[in-house]
Design a protein around this ligand. Sequence first.
Ligand SMILES: Nc1ncnc2c1ncn2[C@@H]1O[C@H](COP(=O)(O)OP(=O)(O)OP(=O)(O)O)[C@@H](O)[C@H]1O
Ligand SMILES: [Mg+2]
Length: 373
Amino acid sequence: MSCFPCCLSEKKLGRRSLKKSMKEYHDTNTLASYANISFRSNSGRRKNETEEVRKTGSISSDVFTFRELSVATKNFSLENLLGEGGFGRVYKGKLERINKVVAIKKLDRNGFQGNREFLVEVLMLSLLHHTHLVNLVGYCADGHQRILVYDYMPNGSLEDHLFDLAPGRKPLDWETRMKVASGAAKGLEYLHETANPPVIYRDFKASNILLDENFSPKLSDFGLAKLGPTGGKTHVSTRVMGTYGYCAPEYALTGQLTTKSDVYSFGVVFLELITGKRVIDNSRPTEEQNLVVWATPIFKDRRNYKTMADPLLGGKYPIKSLNQAVAVAAMCLQEGDSSRPLISDVVTALKYLSAKKEKEGENVDDHVNAALS
Ligand SMILES: Nc1ncnc2c1ncn2[C@@H]1O[C@H](COP(=O)(O)OP(=O)(O)OP(=O)(O)O)[C@@H](O)[C@H]1O
Ligand SMILES: [Mg+2]
């Protein structure tokens, strides 16, 4: 069983180019083991974790003590609580040593997710850097504690702005929705097409898209990320993980994971952005409970596309842009993974949808169709 490679120890990987680092580790077969971290036995486990995290610390992120993080969050007080997920609670905090406001995610030891996700997250985010990925400031692995420290995102997650809006919160306008979709697609493009070997994100969903002060999106939660297939293979086989509703059908059925699984999940979130509806909502009438099942017949007739638009948009969207957005979502949501576009084609198509105005003589339809043809 492989544990963490030791060749990471003395080098500051963060300073080197991602491609070079990825290639080097791929070549020496060590990066591949990052995504398959496993532990020998319970007795050897704690020693290995500490050792591995210590080595990870020499990559690029800062290491914090539990005391520092307690002070930063006023003892993890409820008044600092930002939210809660499968990993544990997330708190806002001010780190005096680096004079920075951060989001601090504290692993709940009884939680469903665990050490493996913690390690994968630290490693992935130490090696991967992009405008549309959240920045990992550092972590704490004192004793039993497993805590992650990120840049604080003042606008929370996309989920907070799309569904069950808090009183007084304004719904996102069409342009912002397209900007969020376009940025998130660029984040995926970086993972799929710049990282080497490719990284499959596996957890693309509205709550994992964080929004900075300008509503620029950042993908977060890399604990489930996997290295993509190498050596001519078309997929990686793995346990089915992720969130119900966002998972591609072939992955849910067979555990065979490809970058196209992420493209499907992107299609789901894009549909949520267009409609303002959650992918799964049991409070809706039976035939509307699954958003994709509800949308599939509507995809067939362009004249019905405007019935999909979120009523909170108040009809304020360019109809051409709406039609093209629905068409892009439909392509990403195709049953067969090989029929779905590459995320780079989606990025190209969205460039034209999120542009403020069509330039004279330019036709959005032509550009989008060319990108997806
Ligand atoms: N860097 C951050 N800045 C600001 N708020 C954040 C940050 N990270 C997380 N949050 C908030 O904390 C909430 C919980 O995040 P978390 O990633 O733990 O769970 P989740 O994504 O909602 O669910 P799951 O565990 O199923 O992925 C988010 O929805 C968001 O509102
Ligand atoms: Mg999350």
